[in-house]
Design a protein around this ligand. Sequence first.
Ligand code: PMP
Length: 394
Amino acid sequence: MDVQFAKRVAMMDSSVVRETLKLTARPDIISFAGGMPAPEVFPVEPLRAAADKVLRTAGRTALQYGLSDGVASLREKIAARHRAAGMPCQAEDVLMINGSQQGLDLASRLFLNPGDLVACENPTYMAALSVFRGYECDLLPIDTDEEGMVLEDLERKLAANPRVRLIYVIPTFQNPTGKTWSAARRKGLLALAERYRLPVLEDNPYGDLRYEGEDVAPLRALDTSGIVTYMGSFSKILSPGIRLGWMVAAPEVLEKLITAKQSTDVQASTFIQMMVDTYLADNDLEENIRSLRALYGKRRDLMISAMKESFPKAARWVRPRGGLFLWVSLPDGMDTTALLPRAVEEKVAYIPGRSFYAGEDVDNTLRLNYSNATEEQIVTGIRRLGRVLCSHLG
Ligand code: PMP
């Protein structure tokens, strides 16, 4: 059949993600490609007990439609956690969503018209790029360095591009680079966004996964004028399969987000929200996070020491202080997309950096995930990858 799709369908590019997921599924391949948590530390029993308790004590409420903004007591727990970390936040500032991926979509509906520009870090989270492109928007890539977005570059580009309608950032343990913005850059970004009257979308799924150093306040905690819309997620601190995240925004923005949420899927699952609410009441989430930090910190260290041993001397990376990813740069002229089939022959996989760039293609970078592989797989996989990279560097 000759199907006539809408124009925006041509802008949706999911092929890289699809291929990646295919690789991850092959049992003989050690995959550092995805961004998945370690399944062995999912709190299966506590969540089972919470689900059981919800169905036993409030089954008829749990199985019913609920409010679009979410379950009140869960929103209050999330707000209280933000307040404890220095972000002013009340339950009514929180909207429950199906993972922060949905937040990208809802925010795009609110802020973007076809032809608008989204300023973003370059490189950035590739699935966010597909959402913005799906809304027929173009990306405005901003240079980054060790401290975050280069503000001079941002300012120059904002001044030259009146079509910019949104700034999208992942300021803490960024995907894919693992970088964390300094406090000064965060304040500088807010000042610029205010000057240009641009909303900022802050995506923070990794902020809790810090392995060393001091916490840096999220943009939303520094925002005095309500321009920051914040997205949090249970995916990396509890489970991604439950598909539960949240947004924190100014009242007039949240109201519109709730309307958008209603028209998309009415609400996040009442049952899942109540299960998580009960889990949070009966267990110590911070304890779960502490054990994730210990485990992932160890895996990060192991991956880095394996890379030091077997990667070519010309390979470069920044030691991430948290999050799930190591970002590797190879000498100019190396093409990590072309090398991937060779790596797969050696039974190891990564994501070529190219798909994370909003601007021109860059071929000599790659992203490695260290949370999902066992220690043994990390050692073996990095040795295999080292062999592939070394054989191509002469
Ligand atoms: N934003 C970023 C930066 C991510 O890395 C991810 C997932 N890897 C998401 C959003 C989506 O996460 P979820 O929908 O599971 O909360």
